[in-house]
Ligand binder design. Structure first.
Ligand code: SAH
Ligand code: SF4
Length: 366
């Protein structure tokens, strides 16, 4: 494990909106440039620099006139997160701590599976939902991230990826960092539109995943979202009683409502849903609960992702990861029920980058 601290040169200046380059859609770029008397293809060129080549300095955009570059510098601010810290895990996982223009800090994680890279991105500063097992929830909520702040995390990490035999860049993005993506739905969906746009990042819909704690109206919206991204739902318990204890959001959107929304989503999109289930020793890892989960999700054909609980520094002292014997017993029940599943291999735990450990601290804990 290695700790590096650096204040990068790309200082950020302002927040969001139509003067923030990363918040602009392709159409907004085109309208802006046409209003300046530029040809239509200028927007393509600029988006190619930013999203294709990760060049964020207008002066380096060599196919633009000097006058245009200067005008862009003055009128469309390139606001990027400032990198405060990078920590590298022995397993190749890298965790980045960013500071936004107002001082807010979030983390993102870059996972590397043999050259196949996944970016885990934050959507909020903290999280208002206070799940009992989550370090982000313990922080409380400060604010939503802007479209540009969401994209900025991705682009800054992608710029750091080495080019390995043409396999440049990041392959997947998962909205599983700090915050609840569907409580910042507009900005998250706008960021996804930019990532997916053929003239912007052109990242395939199948390579984009939103993870939600079960925000029912957001799931219903996703069923009609024009980009067929993947959906993961954090279930963690098959009964309202237990789920409400672990995830207070269950009181607002109880299981009947959540499952109804999932059935609607499945019917509307035809897509399989991934169910995330954190395994906490003696709390929710009784194999009987696997049977209850199967009954609850009957007909949905879910794909279950089991996540052995990752302890966080300020997490509840009574929570422990299920031991291998209990994990095996839970898996055996799922197998007997013909539910497809995998146990998510822990990544980056030595740098507190695993699921549920993100808390935007600068200090090293290891
Ligand atoms: N807010 C969203 C996405 C961010 S959390 C959500 O809750 O789905 C990403 C995943 O990490 C969720 O499945 C969450 O339940 C899980 N998680 C949170 N804390 C964890 C912990 N301590 N150990 C293992 N997984 C955890
Ligand atoms: Fe928020 Fe997700 Fe953490 Fe729950 S698990 S507190 S919803 S980030």
């Amino acid at each position: 494990m290695e700790t590096r601290t650096s204040l990068s040169e790309e200082a950020s200046v302002s927040g969001a909106g139509e003067n923030d380059a990363l918040s602009l859609s392709h159409e907004q770029w085109r309208a802006r440039l046409e209003a300046w008397g530029e040809p239509r293809f200028r927007a393509d060129q600029i988006c190619q620099w930013i999203y294709g080549r990760r060049v964020f300095d207008y002066h380096e955009m060599s196919n633009l006139s000097k006058a245009l570059r200067e005008r862009l510098c003055g009128e469309v601010l390139m606001t990027l997160p400032i990198q405060i810290q990078e920590r590298d895990s022995s397993d190749g996982t890298r965790k980045f701590l960013w500071q936004m223009a107002d001082g807010a800090r979030v983390e993102s994680v870059l996972l590397d599976h043999g050259g196949h890279r996944t970016a885990c991105i934050s959507t909020q500063v903290g999280c208002p939902l206070k799940c009992a097992f989550c370090a982000t929830g313990a922080l409380g909520f400060t604010r939503n991230l802007t479209v540009g702040e969401i994209l900025g995390q991705f682009l800054m990490m992608e710029r750091r990826c080495p080019d390995r035999g043409g396999q440049e860049g990041i392959n997947n993005i998962v909205f599983m960092g700090m915050g609840e993506p569907l409580l910042n739905e507009d900005n998250v969906l706008e960021a996804i539109r930019r990532l997916n746009h053929p003239k912007m990042r052109n990242l395939g819909a199948r390579h984009i995943t939103i993870s939600t704690s079960g925000i029912v109206p957001g799931i219903e919206d996703l069923a009609d979202f024009e980009i067929p991204i993947r959906l993961s739902v954090s279930l963690h318990a098959p009964s309202d009683e237990l789920r409400s204890k672990l995830m207070p959001v269950n009181r607002k959107y109880p299981l009947t409502k959540l499952v109804e929304a999932l059935r609607f989503y499945r019917k509307r999109t035809g897509e399989r849903i991934t169910i995330e289930y954190v395994l906490i020793d003696g709390v929710n890892d009784n194999p009987q609960l696997a049977y209850e989960m199967a009954a609850l999700l009957d007909g949905l054909e879910p794909y279950v992702n089991l996540i052995p609980y990752n302890p966080a520094p300020d997490g509840p002292a009574e929570f422990r990861r299920s031991d291998d014997r209990r994990i095996k017993a839970f898996c055996a029940a799922l197998t007997a029920l013909h539910i497809e599943f995998e146990v998510r291999r822990e990544r980056g735990a030595d740098i507190l980058a695993a699921c549920g450990q993100l808390a935007a601290r600068v200090k090293s804990h290891v």
